[in-house]
Design a protein around this ligand. Structure first.
Ligand SMILES: [Ca+2]
Ligand SMILES: [Ca+2]
Ligand SMILES: [Ca+2]
Ligand SMILES: [Ca+2]
Length: 492
């Protein structure tokens, strides 16, 4: 359902119509008022009421103009306010699809149902194709969920569902932070149509090495060749996988590949990653892509070829840029095994907390088949990037973006697809629609092309709102005019 505020925001035309009608009616009513005598016993209180309404509407309009500022200039505190979602593509609408989830992180479709992970409960919630939840969770694991730990990643190949979570040693869910060592684990479960059963441990990784519960990564995706990729961040380490050659070799800052057709063997695939909440495989090229998170500067989108070194802690963002997060100049890391550094395909100078990354399905999103979508946590936005012809990078029409960095004053419109989701943590495409998980909102949104009847409903809504606005304009104009008349009469 489209809210009143959202409606006003997406239709600045209404404000113009409003002001125009208010002005036009204002002059007409003033003329009428000048020629007409008000009854002597005219009570002042309705006028006061109208004046109050006028002030209220004035405030409302002021707020609306504040909300309508160009997106790129919105301060973070404002953009995280509970605005309703807006899609900047006129042929799509957005609907709140499912609610009442407790801090959902990521999701995956099994058939037409969604399995979604709750960060702190360790529950896998199953959602029907109408957005309703099944009563019982399909799995409930013990999670150690302080800070960025917890239930983090899901993917699936046929009836095998792969899960990434920080496992609680005690067997009970734990939210409190602590210094005890824990493990991040990847399990494979069987989906029997009702429950996730028969867990097999695929990979055990460190967790909470410094007691920080930070940079656990957790994103997962699958390739067309029945491989599963998953990622872990640096767990605040400074060692070999962070491009600091020393004796510290924890399995961190890495992307791993599970070869399911080879007895679930796990291979190291990429290194030098500070942290990541997003992996996706291009359905055309089979290339893996990721999103990566900076301290303050240069969040990244990367094409991740086998043996990719993302460069952390020597470099974040393009190596020829200065990065205040890095001590001294940025440098290409020294070689480690066969890993090769390459610059990101795009970066955000100012960290936005990049999370989800996804290639569109066909159907309604066919027109975006050469685009890549990315979500962010800090602003609740969804960005879109047009791929080049060999799908190894992006093309832009705005020269400010052609340097492959969104700098602070760059115009953002070209890459902004939607906003207002508070905190995006996952995106999936399914059956003509894009689904978006908002962790702090406890909701999944659906972005899709409306049917004819939904479109008709929207037109009716538009008409009603226009009438309401015209009515308000008349009331306001009357209020102003009558106020003027009253003051004139009081003076005379
Ligand atoms: Ca649990
Ligand atoms: Ca990098
Ligand atoms: Ca730029
Ligand atoms: Ca996803």
């Amino acid at each position: 359902m489209i809210s009143f505020h959202e409606h006003l925001m997406v239709n600045p035309m209404y404000i113009i119509v409003f002001v125009f009608i208010a002005c036009a009616l204002g002059s007409i009513v003033t003329v009428w008022g000048a020629d007409s005598a008000l009854p002597a016993n005219f009570s002042a209180s309705p006028l006061e009421q109208i004046e109050q309404l006028y002030n209220q509407v004035k405030k409302e309009i002021k707020d609306l103009f504040k909300a309508g500022e160009p997106d790129g200039t919105l301060p973070a505190s404002f953009s995280t306010s509970p605005l309703e979602p807006v899609v900047f593509a006129s042929d799509f609408i957005v609907q709140k699809f499912s609610t009442g989830l407790e801090f959902p992180t990521t999701m995956y479709f099994v058939g037409d149902d969604i399995l979604v992970l709750e960060k702190f409960t360790g529950k896998v919630i199953r959602i029907k194709d109408n957005g309703a939840h099944y009563n019982e969770s399909v799995l409930d694991v013990p999670v150690d969920a302080c800070w960025e730990s917890g239930f983090l990643g899901i993917s699936s190949i046929s009836n095998h569902v792969f899960l990434y979570f920080t496992e609680s040693e005690s067997g009970f869910d734990k939210i409190e932070c602590h210094d005890q060592p824990v493990k991040n684990k990847v399990y494979r479960y069987d989906w029997n149509g009702e429950k996730l059963i028969n867990p097999i441990l695929i990979k055990e990784l460190p967790g909470n090495l410094e007691g920080h519960h930070r940079h656990n990564g957790g994103a997962m995706t699958k390739s067309q060749n029945n491989e599963i990729y998953f990622v872990i961040g640096d767990l605040s380490q400074s060692g070999t996988f962070q491009n600091i050659p020393n004796k510290i070799i924890y399995e961190t800052s890495s992307i791993f590949k599970v070869v399911t057709e080879s007895n679930n063997s796990v291979e190291l695939y990429a290194m030098g990653i500070r942290n990541s909440f997003g992996l996706a495989v291009d359905p055309v090229t089979g290339y893996l892509w990721d999103t990566e998170n900076s301290t303050n500067n240069y969040d990244e989108i990367n094409l991740v070829k086998p043996g990719f070194n993302s460069g952390w802690k020597r470099v974040m963002g393009p190596v020829d840029r200065d990065n205040p997060d890095i001590d001294g100049p940025q440098t290409i890391p020294p070689p480690f095994e066969n890993f090769v550094y390459s610059d990101p395909e795009f970066s955000f100078y100012h960290a936005v907390g990049l999370t989800a990354i996804e290639f569109p399905d066909k159907g309604s999103f066919e027109k975006y088949s050469d685009w890549l979508f990315v979500g962010d946590y800090n602003n609740g936005r969804i960005y879109k990037f047009q791929l080049n012809s060999d799908r190894t990078g992006f093309v832009f029409s705005n020269p400010e973006l052609s340097d492959l960095v969104l700098d602070d004053n760059d115009e953002i419109d070209e890459i902004l697809f939607a906003k207002g989701f508070q905190t995006v943590t996952d995106i999936e495409f399914h059956d003509d629609a894009m689904y978006v998980v908002s962790i702090s909102d406890g909701s999944i949104y659906k972005i899709y092309e409306p049917t004819q009847s939904e479109l008709a409903n929207k037109i009716v809504q538009d008409t009603i709102l226009t009438l309401i606005l015209v009515g308000t304009a008349i009331a306001v104009t009357l209020g102003v005019t009558m106020g003027v008349i009253r003051r004139k009469r009081m003076r005379s």
